[in-house]
Write a protein that binds this ligand. Structure first.
Ligand code: NOJ
Length: 447
């Protein structure tokens, strides 16, 4: 049987994308709140209200129960809990997460918490953000507050969501808040501070959590797939997947995962950057690479090699299946990513995100007939079932539980199992939501 009896079937969302209530009850602004005011987001949309989850949390948890979810992966808004990023705690903001956790547990849903999913406090950004040498201590201060408040009930913790996007999109190519373009030495220092932040948070959780916790990061898994069944093709895909990509290292997997899970910079980065690489003391290395419990990974599609003539990449081709965001539909990624990650890092794998954007609407019969989302998820889950026979896979979180704010793309892109009408805030479970419920009930035996 591919999926274990206690396989964690769930869905995910992130604070900034669903909560709205951008300045309610004492919340401070984050870099997205501020950037949205300066024309960075499609149609100038903001997440000031978004799916209004902050005010509709109980209704939303009831819908999660209706979907049969066993887990909900959410993230905590740093500036809701600490409006200035450090210092005064906003008890009302903290209470929202405590109430959410209670509500989930009362409905039989396991809470999985992400500490940082991109909504960096604006007050700390003004102090230099990750460039500031104190930034890892700020992260620790925030972590302490939420661990002290929630770890009696929350067992699963992820430190950073897709750190590739935080650093690469936010500070290298400047397509995510705070829309900066930093130099390579700056990026290396910022990355080092993020590693220190991760390490300090893990140490605090291990020493102070009120119960045994399971900790991970949640990078995205971006790999090449072997082109045929040969060992040679496997080795080529595997080795290419873990290249750190020179100056594009913030987007690589090996930069984040080798440091955290193996305790060293990737060899090709050492060759490329030599003395430019920020150094860590032995004590810092031990903290940064302290053992974690599982390998969380977001999986959407695999990478293609660029074509020599400037045409399509190898996984993109004329007439290819692709989602509304123009991402290729490549279910095999769901087989190869866990396989590669297990081979390299040796930990059970949890799929912390997977899903697709489409431009759904409510049909005349009042339902959302998203057959493409069912087919997409069915294909990816079949591959997950195949790999779960070979490597330990402990859970799958569909992205997303409900439609929400897709960062710089605003609200055009809909990823949810639940449709949200942003004019009325009415929710409608999509066909895919009911289909997923059936998969959960059958523990994936019907895939
Ligand atoms: C990755 C991110 O973690 C999430 O916030 C985003 O909405 C989805 N992928 C889809 O782009």
């Amino acid at each position: 049987m591919a999926f274990s009896k206690d396989f964690i079937w769930g869905a995910a969302a992130a604070s900034y994308q669903v909560e709205g209530a951008w300045n309610d009850d004492g919340k401070g602004p984050n870099v997205w709140d501020v950037s949205a005011k300066y024309g960075h987001i499609r149609h100038n949309e903001t997440a000031e209200v978004s799916a209004d989850h902050y005010h509709r949390m109980k209704e939303d948890v009831a819908l999660m129960k209706e979907l049969g979810l066993k887990a909900y992966r959410f993230s905590i808004s740093w500036a809701r809990v600490l409006p200035n990023g450090i210092g005064e705690v906003n008890e009302k903001g903290l209470k929202f997460y405590s109430d959410l956790v209670d509500e989930l547990i009362a409905n039989g849903i396991e809470p999985l918490a992400t500490i940082f999913h991109w909504d960096y406090p604006y007050a700390l950004d003004c102090l230099g953000g990750w460039k500031n040498k104190d930034s890892s201590d700020w992260f620790l201060e925030y972590t302490k507050v939420i661990i002290d408040a929630l770890s009696d009930r929350v067992k699963y913790w992820m430190t950073f969501n897709e750190p590739q996007c935080s650093l690469g999109c936010g500070y290298m190519v400047g397509v995510f808040a705070p829309f900066q373009k930093c130099s390579t030495p700056e990026l290396l220092e910022m990355g080092a501070n993020m590693f220190r932040a991760h390490g300090k948070a893990v140490k605090y959780i291990r020493e102070n959590a009120k119960q045994k916790c399971y900790i991970s990061m949640a990078p995205y898994g971006s790999i090449y797939c072997p082109e045929d069944d040969s060992e040679e093709a496997f080795n080529k895909a595997y080795n290419d997947s873990f290249k750190s990509e020179g100056e594009r290292f913030p987007f690589s997997m090996s930069y984040w995962s080798d440091v955290v899970y193996l305790g060293h910079y990737p060899e090709d980065m050492v060759e490329e950057f030599g003395d430019q690489l920020p150094q860590f003391t032995d004590e810092e290395w031990a903290m940064i690479s302290a053992p974690l419990d599982f390998y969380g990974v977001n999986i959407y599609y695999y990478k293609g090699y660029p074509s020599a003539d400037g045409g399509y990449d190898t996984n993109w081709y004329q007439g290819r299946p692709h989602t509304a965001l123009n991402w290729p539909v490549t279910p095999e990624a769901m087989y190869w990513v866990p396989k590669f990650m297990y081979k390299r890092y040796g930990l059970p794998v949890m799929i912390t995100e997977n899903g697709l954007s489409e431009h759904d609407w409510v049909c005349l019969d009042g339902k959302v007939h998203d057959s493409y989302r069912i087919d997409f998820t069915h294909r990816y889950l079949r591959e997950l079932s195949r790999v779960a026979d070979e490597v330990p896979v402990i859970g799958y979180m569909h992205w997303s539980v409900m439609d929400n704010y897709e960062w710089a793309e605003g609200f055009d892109e809909r990823f949810g199992l639940i449709y949200v009408d942003y004019q009325t805030q009415e929710r409608t479970i999509k066909d895919s939501g009911y289909w997923y419920k059936g998969v959960i009930e059958a523990n994936g035996e019907n895939l």
